[in-house]
Design a protein around this ligand. Structure first.
Ligand code: PMV
Length: 325
């Protein structure tokens, strides 16, 4: 068996987070500047079922059998094995390298699931098609992230801008004109499941208020889709600002994200909002080519621990990768 590698990008939600958990649409795009790469290698002298895991970023060097039974990697390996209807896995080693920050709204968990599912299934001689890779990753998301909408595993599996409504086939967005965003990390770790759970409690206590906010967010996402598809991308800026106001009203912003949003706008961004679950993690700003570097610098001066400048490309340029070593 030859060594196999696979990778998966990060992602960012442009519009519609939280509302998407309640069947409203959301728009997400892959972020190729950060990614997970997985290499699966045979252990010729190993015993059947022996799986060595090496994930230097999180200091994990272990046999899979030594990890707790509820560890995500244990569940993931078992899920791939059962998808492929195999009685056991051969001896193998799994090397995982990620540049996606954890608990920061950039999809690190889903990217690990997608990259491992691709690499492992191909290594085992039955590469799973995207649809099933996406399903496996969603199963893992459901186990560890409460009530996820499924947007993370979908955008990361397909590696393309998507318009997503929970429980329905997603639409690939056709991006008419590329646009540039600065992504800035507040440095605050935020667990998606906790924030989503908290919003659910508030929604249960006052459904009318939350349904109204979700509807307003849905209206913005809908308009954003039209703008992205017709190429008048500057008009996305005001929509991002409106979406941010609504996320603030939902209670998922925080002073650090508010400060980064204000800094981006004060320095010439066309619009800015938090991205993902909120209460930490990343924010995004729509910028022009000429202002991108200066805005990224101003965000760092305002406390961002990391910035990424990314271009959302026209559909024809978007690629997804899965390749042998
Ligand atoms: O923090 P992230 O990027 O995993 O964002 C989750 C987005 C939510 O809408 C808050 C939850 C979901 O499952 O869609």
């Amino acid at each position: 068996m030859p060594a196999i590698s696979a990778s998966a990008p990060g992602k960012v939600i442009l519009f519609g987070e939280h509302a998407v958990v309640y069947e409203r649409p959301a728009i997400a795009v892959p972020v190729s500047q950060v990614s997970v790469r997985v290499v699966v290698l045979p252990i010729p002298t190993g015993r059947p079922g022996q799986i060595l895991v090496d994930a230097p970023d999180i200091g994990l060097h272990s046999e899979l059998s030594q990890l707790p039974s509820d560890h995500p990697l244990v569940l993931l390996a078992a899920t791939v094995q059962s998808e492929l209807k195999l009685s056991h896995l051969p001896a193998l080693s799994l090397w995982i390298k990620s540049t996606i920050p954890v608990a920061a709204g950039l999809g690190s968990g889903a990217a690990v699931s997608v990259a491992i599912t691709r690499a492992l299934s191909e290594f085992l001689g039955h590469p799973l098609p995207d649809e099933r890779v996406c399903e496996v990753a969603f199963r893992i998301e459901r186990k560890y992230h409460g009530t996820p909408s499924g947007i993370d595993n979908t955008v990361i599996t397909y590696g393309q801008p998507i318009y997503y409504v929970k429980g329905r086939p997603f639409d690939r967005l056709s991006v008419r004109k590329p646009f540039i965003m600065v992504i800035a990390d507040s440095g605050i770790k935020s667990e998606t499941a906790a924030v989503v759970g908290d919003i659910r409690n508030h929604w249960q206590a006052d459904p009318g208020r939350y349904e109204t906010l979700f509807d307003a967010i849905a209206g913005i996402t809908h308009q954003a889709r039209d703008i992205i598809e017709d190429g008048s991308t500057k008009d996305l800026g005001p929509l991002m600002n409106e979406n941010q106001h609504l996320l603030h009203a939902l209670g998922v912003s925080c002073p650090e994200l508010d400060r980064l949003v204000k800094t981006a706008l004060d320095n010439g961004a066309l619009g800015a909002k938090l991205a993902g679950a909120g209460r930490g993690g990343n924010m995004i700003a729509l910028v022009e080519q000429t202002t991108a570097n200066a805005i990224a610098q101003s965000l760092k001066s305002a406390g961002a621990v990391r910035t990424i400048i990314t271009e959302v490309q026209t559909s024809s340029k978007v690629l997804a990768g899965n390749r042998p070593c």
